[in-house]
Design a protein around this ligand. Sequence first.
Ligand SMILES: NC(=O)c1ccc[n+]([C@@H]2O[C@H](COP(=O)([O-])OP(=O)(O)OC[C@H]3O[C@@H](n4cnc5c(N)ncnc54)[C@H](OP(=O)(O)O)[C@@H]3O)[C@@H](O)[C@H]2O)c1
Length: 429
Amino acid sequence: MSEQKLKIGLLGMGTVGGGVAAILERHREALSEKAGAELVLERVLVRDPRRPRAVDLPAERFTTEAASILHDPSIDLVVELMGGIEPARSYILEALRRGKYVVTANKDLMARHGTELLEEAQRHRARIYYEASVGGGIPLIRPLKHCLAANRIEKVIGIINGTTNYILTRMALEGSSFQEALAEAQARGFAEADPANDLEGRDAAYKLAIIAALAFRRRIAVEDIYVEGIAGVAAEDIRYARELGYAIKLLAVGEELLQGLALRVHPTLVPATHPLASVLHEFNAVYVVGDAVGEVMFYGRGAGAMPTGSAVVADIIDAARTMRSRIKDGIMETTFAPASVLPVSRLVSRFYLRLQAQDRPGVFAALATAFGEEQVSLDMIIQKRSEAGTAEIVLVTHDVIEERFNRAMQRIEACEAIETVNSVFRVLE
Ligand SMILES: NC(=O)c1ccc[n+]([C@@H]2O[C@H](COP(=O)([O-])OP(=O)(O)OC[C@H]3O[C@@H](n4cnc5c(N)ncnc54)[C@H](OP(=O)(O)O)[C@@H]3O)[C@@H](O)[C@H]2O)c1
């Protein structure tokens, strides 16, 4: 970096890249002052240079050749906003090997190959920043790494997928069906054309892997995270949960227990009084409990061009300042030991259950017996409605270890009087 200029190579200028370019343009002088150098968008890699862009840049700035950025020694900083694993991973490795600093918003890549990239950065005395990879514009990475460093973090609980939160909010507030809410999320740009990663909870699991690593100072394999999506949440569940004093949210939960880490993503009944219950629509939030600070919640827009661009530009400024200060201390994440993650069967939860049973005497007793034989105690059991000889029953258990609950469920499914088990969700305390 020259004393006056930081030259940036942008890999990708779609939604987030457009936001980054717009912010750099809008606050050019103030940002340069904060960074200590003029921030220059030197070259931009895209697939199709003729496509219209959110910000007009001279045509010669665009390229389809990654090498013209990665091999240019005058480019100090590479900002990866292409998404996906390859070629993004190879491009970032190449940039780091050449000593360039890297900023990325790519959660899939950081969750799957973060350790490799961080180690490569360390090896070449470069750096990689990834604030935008979780929670869009919400500051999360830096607070977990630095601002909460004094704490032993006990748990992190996040609503970190905007698409699913939007769908569950529409179902709760408007009484929409899952399909109607999904169609609306797509029409309003909150859900991708192929929303499977969001709906099945994988996107939230990637983000949980990233924040849990920082919270608990461990290397986390995404495959170790238990994942359940929201496809099984019906309008009735949302209604009944509300009657019982809960909202249903897709939560990403990380906890440090005595025996190891508990890491899971699943639809959860959240008490209406919990701050996470009031996180609505496309908003995200991460609730952290630290032994010194107590409860903290980070809240805001988890996606979108400008919120995500805000986090990316903050990383660019941080990178510029670090380059200028010439402090080359190590990257702390590379010292993390692998996590010991507990199987979900060993975790303790309360459960909500909705089922259809024959509407005849003795059904409640049969349910109580099946649970009782596995020593699962019930907090409440309610008959919601009865139609054509079938009763809809909702029940909530007290705390139970999951393997015991699963054995009770096998007994219940074998009961002659039980017609269908519609939904089973965990309940947050
Ligand atoms: N969108 C959000 O709100 C959001 C929020 C948080 C994090 N993120 C993350 O930010 C990253 C970017 O997301 P986005 O929504 O901005 O994606 P996007 O709109 O699809 O933009 C991707 C950009 O990368 C370019 N590109 C993709 N593959 C390429 C290749 N092989 N060679 C050259 N250029 C290539 C595309 O070029 P063309 O324009 O020519 O097609 C496009 O400009 C992803 O990692 C995403 O997970 C996004």
